[in-house]
Design a protein around this ligand. Structure first.
Ligand code: UDX
Length: 454
């Protein structure tokens, strides 16, 4: 009965158009759809999600005004800055039309109950306010990253950047165990646009709540800090992929053939390697990683995203002799079903760039990590994996084959790795408790649904 009464209430969700952010927002959509809401995804044309993966949702693209040059710059900061500048009037028009369209029969005909927007799509808040629609923010990164980014922006404003080499290893006051070198510097370095973007996204907001894809059990002290800082409810309801396991929102086609290869490997023997949707490397780094994996003697499943190695389309510049050397011991794909891979019993470790989704997906399956962060929040996550949860180790130097081989052996076969696996198993169990009935994330989800309904 209760379900029926909110079946037709419509939620409008605005994802930020990058893979890591799209995944979290569409997972949230799946969760809320299961709670009886109808879901409309309003999205930029850039990196637009595939509607066929979500037949229950309504997808509405809005013009984002990005030029070829913006897109080919590959700079997430400038792309987001432009989207926020360009999309406001289009969103307003799109929402106004939805509000005035005559009621139709069907799943999407309800009034708009609320706008839920990624924190980096902050133009949505002003639009929602102007139309007197309630809004809620989704933060797709960790709570620790929020605090670290806030501190970083302050350091920039104080003229402390670039950091001297001599301070890089020092701890940042109040951000233990983060060092200056772990602060979330963006892909193309600090610039004015980055500071302005973060200041806009993080300023005191008028939205009614902030949903966070994290858990109380994972980041208790960062969350408690944040809860004191904001007047509005903070709702940590992660890991969202565990509430919405069936949904996929990949921008690349997944190669499922590796699942068969995984099926032939022994328990916990495979190291899975993936650097997410943005990080890239050069030919030398590729060769070092390749030979490191080969000489570790462990089976590996390696995702090499097309275009992620400078100067090559895919794997044509793998070093000579590499494929012959590894034979069946390695499997290389363009894009994997990562959540399924990490849940497979053959997988025993994850060499990752430590994007927040990858980190959550790994620790939710109790898989220890080898962290090779590239930029931004990945550094914060890597530090938490290695020094707070102690379920992995970090590669801090240039990609070097000997170091990679040693790291794989440490995590996959040595005693140290066994201890990490044990802690990862405990963490997984704690995370499972969060999403159970009466668990903290489940309670936050119930509270969110009540808030929207009221
Ligand atoms: C970006 C930033 O780089 C990251 O630092 C931030 O935390 C989120 O936004 P991305 O680099 O894509 O994200 O990393 P991540 O957050 O790990 O998201 C990647 C997603 O792609 C994961 O959900 C993962 O399951 C999925 N994936 C990755 C696949 O489905 N298949 C693959 O082969 C690789």
């Amino acid at each position: 009965m209760e379900k029926n009464c909110h079946r037709r209430r419509r939620l409008v969700l605005l994802p930020c158009p990058f893979q890591g952010h799209i995944n979290a927002m569409l997972q949230l959509g799946t969760i809320l759809h299961a709670r009886g809401f109808s879901i409309t995804i309003v999205h930029a044309e850039f990196n637009s999600p595939d509607p066929s993966n979500h037949p229950n949702f309504n997808f509405l693209p809005i013009p984002d005004g990005l030029s070829e040059a913006d897109i080919s710059s590959g700079d997430p900061v400038s792309i987001l800055w432009r989207i926020n500048a360009n999309c406001r009037s289009h969103l307003r028009e799109c929402l106004s039309q939805m509000m005035t369209a005559p009621a139709r029969e069907g799943p999407d005909d309800g009034d708009i109950a609320c706008i839920i927007y990624d924190e980096f799509m902050y133009f949505s808040e002003a639009v929602a306010n102007s139309l007197k629609l309630p809004s809620i923010i989704l933060t797709t990164m960790s709570a620790a990253t929020f605090l670290a980014r806030t501190a970083l922006i302050q350091l920039v404003a104080d003229g402390q950047l670039p950091f001297q080499d001599s301070v890089l290893q020092d701890s940042v006051p109040e951000l233990y165990p983060l060092r200056y070198k772990d602060l979330p510097i963006p892909l193309f370095g600090i610039c004015d646009t980055f500071s302005k973007l973060v200041l806009e996204a993080y300023k005191i907001r008028t939205s009614s709540a902030i949903i966070w894809n994290t858990m109380d059990c994972l980041e208790p002290s960062s969350l408690s800090h944040i809860k004191h800082q904001f007047q509005v409810p903070i709702l940590p309801l992660g890991p969202m992929h565990k509430f919405a396991p069936a949904s996929s929102s990949s921008l690349w086609k997944e190669d499922t053939s590796c699942m068969e290869w995984l099926g032939k490997q022994t328990k916990h023997s495979v190291i899975y390697v993936s650097l997410g949707s943005i990080a890239s490397m050069d030919e030398k780094q590729l060769a070092e990683l390749a030979w490191g994996l080969a000489s570790s003697q462990q089976p590996f499943l390696w995702v090499i995203r097309p275009g992620s190695v400078h100067g090559s389309e895919w794997i044509e510049i793998l070093p000579e002799g590499f494929k012959e050397n590894i034979g069946d011991r390695g499997c290389i794909v363009t894009w994997a079903l990562q959540k399924e891979v990490l849940a497979h019993s053959a997988v025993g470790g994850f060499l990752s760039h430590c994007g927040w989704n990858s980190t959550l997906e790994s620790i939710s399956e109790g898989i220890p990590m080898i962290c090779r962060p590239y930029f931004g929040d990945q550094r914060v996550n890597a530090r938490y994996v290695s020094h707070v949860w102690k379920v992995g180790l970090e590669l801090e130097n240039e990609m070097e084959r000997g170091e990679i081989k040693r790291a794989v052996r440490r995590v996959m076969v040595e005693k140290e790795g066994e201890a990490m696996r044990e802690r990862a198993k405990n963490l997984k169990e704690n995370i499972e408790l969060c999403i159970k009935e009466d668990g903290s994330s489940n309670n936050a989800l119930n509270r969110l649904v009540e808030m929207i309904m009221s």
